[in-house]
Design a protein around this ligand. Structure first.
Ligand code: 6R9
Length: 664
């Protein structure tokens, strides 16, 4: 295992704290009592949370941990996730409430109430059944961010089929791998989606994925498991058709009756598979349960975002193809009866104020997004959000990466008008729901810290031997007790599940992240443990140096890697993007580098001074917005750049290389 710093001497000197707004605290869904209750009896705490769901048959047992590390929660109860997310609201008189304000990238909009969703999920469920899909079958969903994506997921849940959503930006090869691994019977896709003002084709990629890739390739045979491809018409572009296999959504779903009794499933029935890249080899198909997962997603959504379903307009900007979209667009918020914005496109189409225009137009009150987006907006400059009325906002969330204190402060000041609390939420595809976060009515927050585990979740930071570190020190983040929304395994591979997460420290779930407890015991996430550098024997994380760089007024975004160095073992190499809205930044990259080197030396110490600083226009990111340091390490070490297939924009690496060549 990679070793991580126990003694990150130079870490943050962040001392600012922000108390919860008094008015929010007075009416918050969660008070300090929540921690107390969970502290007294953790399982009882989760039992009460579970009782907020609609159960078909009640459960009697809370946790069965006899087959550890596979847990069973509420296992003798039965329920249906779609019934909780949709039917229940209609049944209880909330059918007229808006579920989604959908905004297409070209400007088309649609308002869908819970009653509308009810009609759609029932028709879609009957449509799936008519194609021979049933309980336990796997369905791959490869759609743009449109209402049908939500409807398709819920229709699967409704009939007990297991969905596997593949993000619409993935390649045909990635799609094929995921379809084969799950042996999906059906693929739901669209002719295409709208992206940056043009049509992105999806159906041709499905055709390619399902076809034979030829002798000698990884896929010499056509895909054997898929019987049908169900195609939503979104863009109207021409689409090749395989008769018998391909069916239009409007032909199959629209004529169905809007009457369907949900399939009541055991709490442990798998709800979905979601693939996430591992450090090695093939992507892992993580799967989640129905009952425990839904409890975790709905409960955390209610307490962390303080949702008031009658008045809030909630917008999570993630794609439904990621866990954030699963838990905090579909299952959590809908179970809580939220009114949401669903936006198909990119933040700068047709202009860089598009998000803020949407916030203004729909009166968004809660915004949940990622640090990478915030840093992009910082780069574009605050004059853009300043043009819009953002006064409806009352709560801001962040997820996906450590948020730099400066980005946090910018988010609070420019977007949150200095009045909205920020919840920095740490969690993973594996955890299913938020594990570490402030509670907005309780916690005094510190910029850059995710603060403390949510009530009912047991987390620690341990050293190489698995011993808890004292406050003020760093180590590995672990989860010490099972939790309801924990993954139930890796599809078809129990051994890989155990060895990936449970073999590092006896009885502890190893998250793969480094973290530090500050003197108060609050948690600072330091990135993946493989992002640790060793410079002349000093252990440094990429995150702390990135934080320091972004704290400089010239810098919008920074990515730091450790490159091999004959003298120091590793050396710090930084890639920085300078801000667009700050005057007086020198054109000369060397002058910028000199100033930033001085700045890092002052902020952290000489040992952290970057050997090389390269000014670039973009840094490579995965499609979920995480910086791909592996590729930057290739550049820093002068190697040909490795596999770029998971990059959101593969031309970024050419641009970086090109820029460096030109600068030589
Ligand atoms: C929800 C999601 C999980 C990894 C995780 C960690 C990083 C997520 C974070 C964060 C610091 C936060 N991560 N949230 N790091 N602060 N608030 O992103 O799931 O795509 O599986 O990624 O993302 O490194 O281990 P997933």
């Amino acid at each position: 295992m990679v070793t991580v710093a126990h003694t990150l001497e130079n870490l943050h000197t962040e001392r600012r704290t922000f108390k919860p707004p008094v008015s929010l605290a007075a009416h918050a869904n969660a008070t300090a009592y929540e921690y107390k209750k969970a502290g007294v009896d953790r399982l009882e705490y989760w039992r009460e949370a579970a009782l907020r769901l609609a159960w078909h048959e009640p459960f009697t047992e809370i946790l069965d941990w006899s087959d550890a590390p596979v847990s069973r929660w509420f296992h003798d109860g039965t329920l249906n996730a779609c019934d909780n997310a949709v039917d229940r609201h209609v049944r209880e008189g909330r059918g007229d409430r808006v579920a989604f304000h959908f905004v297409g990238e070209p400007g088309d909009t649609e308002t869908l109430t819970y009653a509308d969703m009810h009609e759609r999920v029932q028709k879609a469920a009957n449509g799936l059944l008519s194609l021979g899909v049933g309980k336990g079958d796997r369905v791959a969903i490869y759609l743009p961010q449109i209402p049908e994506a939500v409807v398709a997921m819920l229709a699967c849940a409704r009939i007990g089929a297991i969905h596997s959503v593949v993000f619409g930006g993935f390649s045909a090869e990635s799609l094929r791998q995921r379809i084969d691994d799950a042996e999906a019977k059906l693929v739901i896709t669209a002719d295409g989606g709208n992206r940056r003002g043009s049509h992105l084709a999806l159906k041709p990629l499905v055709d390619e994925a399902l076809a034979s890739h030829g002798e000698g390739t990884a896929h010499p045979e056509p895909c054997a498991s898929v019987e049908h491809v169900l195609v939503v018409r979104r863009t109207g572009q021409d689409t090749a058709w395989t008769e018998g296999r391909d069916r239009w959504w409007h032909d199959v779903v629209d004529p169905q009756t809007a009457a369907h009794e949900p399939e009541w499933v055991d709490a442990e029935h798998p709800l979905f598979i979601l693939y996430t890249s591992g450090t090695t080899g093939t992507p892992k198909g993580l799967f989640h349960s129905t009952g425990g997962y839904l409890v975790g997603a709905a409960h955390t959504h209610r307490i962390v975002f303080d949702l008031k379903p009658e008045t809030d307009v909630y917008w999570c900007t993630a794609d439904v193809g990621w866990i954030t979209g699963h838990s905090y667009i579909v299952y959590g918020p809908m179970t809580n009866g939220a009114t949401q914005v669903l936006y198909e496109g990119t933040p700068n189409t047709p202009h860089e104020g598009r998000w803020w225009e949407i916030v203004q137009e729909y009166g968004v009150t809660i915004l949940y997004t990622a640090p990478t987006a915030i840093r992009t907006f910082m780069k574009w400059g605050e004059a853009i959000p300043d043009r819009f009325d953002l006064s409806s906002l009352r709560l801001l969330g962040s997820v996906g990466e450590p948020i730099n204190p400066e980005a946090w402060m910018w988010y609070r000041r420019v977007i949150g008008g200095d009045r909205c609390p920020i919840v920095d939420t740490w969690w993973q595809t594996e955890t299913g729901s938020i594990m570490i976060s402030p509670l907005p009515g309780v916690t005094a927050t510190k910029p850059g810290s995710a603060m403390t585990p949510v009530p009912g979740v047991a987390i620690d930071v341990v050293d190489d031997a698995g011993r808890p570190v004292p406050n003020g020190e760093g180590g590995y983040l672990v989860i010490t007790e099972p939790w309801p929304s924990m993954l139930r395994g890796i599809w078809g591979n129990r051994h890989r599940y155990v060895s990936t997460y449970w073999n590092h420290f006896d009885g502890l779930y190893f998250a793969g992240d480094g973290a530090k407890k500050d003197v108060d015991g609050d948690l600072w996430l330091l990135g993946r443990v493989d992002d640790v550098m060793n410079v002349s024997g000093h252990r440094l994380t990429t995150t702390e140096i990135e934080h320091a760089l972004v704290a400089h007024p010239w810098v919008a975004e920074a990515a730091v890697v450790g490159a091999n160095d004959e003298v120091t073992g590793q050396a710090v190499v930084a890639f920085v993007i300078v801000r667009g809205d700050v005057a007086g930044i020198p054109d000369d990259g060397e002058a910028v580098a000199g100033e930033l080197r001085k700045h890092v030396r002052k902020q952290i110490g000489p040992v952290a001074t970057p050997r090389t600083i390269m000014v670039v226009s973009e840094v490579p990111k995965t499609r979920s917005g995480k910086i791909m340091r592996r590729l930057l390490r290739d550049v820093a070490e002068n190697r040909p750049v490795g596999d770029v297939t998971t990059l959101a924009d593969s031309s970024v690496m050419d641009a970086i290389r090109g820029g460096l060549e030109a600068g030589k």
